[in-house]
Design a binder for this molecule. Structure first.
Ligand code: ZN
Ligand code: ZN
Length: 196
């Protein structure tokens, strides 16, 4: 699992390029798993829920290390536009948020003084810089219970508004009605022409 070259190859395969953000994701994935004492090679990725705070190249680095995916319901994106992630050991309820150190770019440049190009410096430095120079770790508590986030598979109800099926207990109960997020007014879309 600690063969960083192989993990970077895995991550880059989906992109046809390797960039600093993927390296950051791979290193953060390794650091987060190590801090929780989990090893996905021993099938322990099922114990892990990863909450990434951005999408894009960074999260592919995390996936390459952890094996967590949206399809396996072990990866969620809370899009804050930040290359940070919370590693949740669902078995023991421990939540560890890992974020890049505020000075990680400057430290990468200092780590690779012969590199004048900052992109190249980051690409190389992130592969071998000491973990403690790259990341800050913070024990956190999730505001929603883990059981609620994961929910139970197989739960299904029909929305009283639109009639569509809602899985995983994502419905909203309001005035005796069972509503989907969209009908409850918390949707990310509205009908075309509705928005003025
Ligand atoms: Zn990229
Ligand atoms: Zn609905």
């Amino acid at each position: 699992m600690n063969d960083i070259k192989a993990l970077l190859q895995e991550s880059a395969r989906w992109h046809s390029h390797l960039c600093p953000r993927q390296v950051l994701g791979v290193r953060m994935g390794l650091a987060g798993l190590a801090a929780l004492g989990l090893d996905p090679n021993r099938g322990e990725s099922k114990r892990l829920l990863l909450i990434s705070e951005t999408d894009g190249c960074f999260v592919d680095g995390l996936i390459a290390v952890s094996g967590c995916t949206v399809g396996h319901r072990t990866l969620r994106v809370e899009d804050y536009g930040k290359p940070a992630a919370t590693f949740v050991d669902v078995q023991v309820g421990r939540c560890l948020r890992v974020a890049p150190h505020g000075e990680v770019r400057a430290r990468a440049a200092a780590f690779m003084p012969e590199q004048t190009d900052s992109y190249q410096a980051q690409l190389l430095a992130y592969q071998s810089m000491p973990v403690e120079d790259m990341f800050v770790f913070q024990e956190v508590r999730l505001l929603q219970p883990i059981e609620q986030i994961i929910s139970l598979p197989g739960l299904r109800v029909l929305c009283d508004g639109c009639g569509e099926e809602i899985m995983n207990a994502r419905e909203v109960l309001r005035a005796g009605q069972v509503l989907c997020q969209a009908c409850a007014g918390a949707g990310y879309y509205c009908a075309a022409g509705e928005m003025d």
